[in-house]
Design a protein around this ligand. Sequence first.
Ligand code: EPU
Length: 423
Amino acid sequence: MDAFEIVGGKRLRGQVRINGAKNAALPQMAAAIMADSPVTLTDVPNLADVRMLGRILGELGVQVSRKGGALCCRVVDDKPVRARYELVRQMRASICVLGPLLARRGKAQVSMPGGCAIGDRPVDLHLRGLAALGAEIRLEGGYIVATAKRLRGAEVFLGGPFGSTVTGTANVMMAATLARGTTTIEMAACEPEVVDLADLLNAMGAKIRGHGTPRIVIEGVRSLSGCRHRLIPDRIEAATFMVAAAITNGDVTVGNCRPAHQMAVIDRLRRIGVEVERNGRGVAVSSARRLNPVDLVTQPFPGFPTDVQAQLMALLCLADGNSIITEKIYPDRFMHVGELGRMGARLRKEGPTVIVEGVKNLIGAPVMASDLRASAALVLAGLAAQGPTRVSRVYHIDRGYEKIEQRLAALGADIRRIDEPMS
Ligand code: EPU
């Protein structure tokens, strides 16, 4: 199994280009199920999750082929409707085939995704939203079985105990594009990935407005056609590189990054004392030695993203005082706390909150990646730590960051991938 060996203490300098967004790519690939001609997405990162959805789509009659950064998704068989448990359980985001299958093929059988390392992740809002559009939904042998002759527009409320749902909004919005009549989604997710999906769907012939606000209105159309669409940059990858610059007292320009998608992250970084400036080539991030503690609460967009909570915790471990981090999206998303503790971090978890007592140094250690963003945090901690760190099970990080070790090494990090024998 692959691992990273990192020798910390190198200042990162230079420029890095951010790839297209993983979480924009996945629902957009699924949207191709509904198109009468090929959908080509460009700037698509070559990631394990993208390949996994490509496999699932392949079994659903959608041929997915890559040419450089472009992914062409073409329907070659519109009969299959079943997304298997063996594949879906490996990637929760595969639930995003549910809406498109139902809308275009009248039936979907998608394995219920189940929990994962970041906690319980129900799909009740997805199902309620699709039921409101007229789908009949039942559970059968661990599969969601949804049927509808033709969906009909409706008013759909997507608020849950932790706010809206990103892939739930994507599912209902996609399904509603082919429904009869008008759908209004209230308390829709406002994340840039939802906006990018709506932009793709409109380019395919859908009639969506209000995306980017909590009320999205969709007028159903009879059919959708293919198009070519460039993905938005990955705001989580961008934030991760910003923290990499900050935690190494570095000076890095993050290119292909949209500051409007990063307001909350930039705000926290500036309060910590990190310099963040726009320049002609992107967002320049540099940091002197002193880091101020801050309080941090994760929230739906435009609030601070849960997907950057672990990375910022790694940074705050080295701040000059106590910080308080509260997770309001996934209250159990703290798998990194124990591992950071192995590196000398002083962290105390109390319910959905972690109190971070800043220390002078982190100390390299063998640590274990548990989920995608937690792994990123361990790599960041390793970059700053004294001495060597080994991060095992980096297949988690490969799900969401393309060749991260090569890109960090290009900025001056001492990091390499090794094949670690199983113990
Ligand atoms: N929720 C419900 N019911 C539902 C759906 C969600 O209660 O039917 C709850 C969740 O348990 C959570 C909150 O609502 O507490 C938000 O979940 P959401 O549905 O928005 O998450 P998601 O769509 O499954 C996406 C990203 C995640 C990211 C979250 C939150 C994709 C493919 N995944 O997940 O990304 O953390 O939104 O922003 O877009 C990652 O990339 O590492 C990752 C986990």
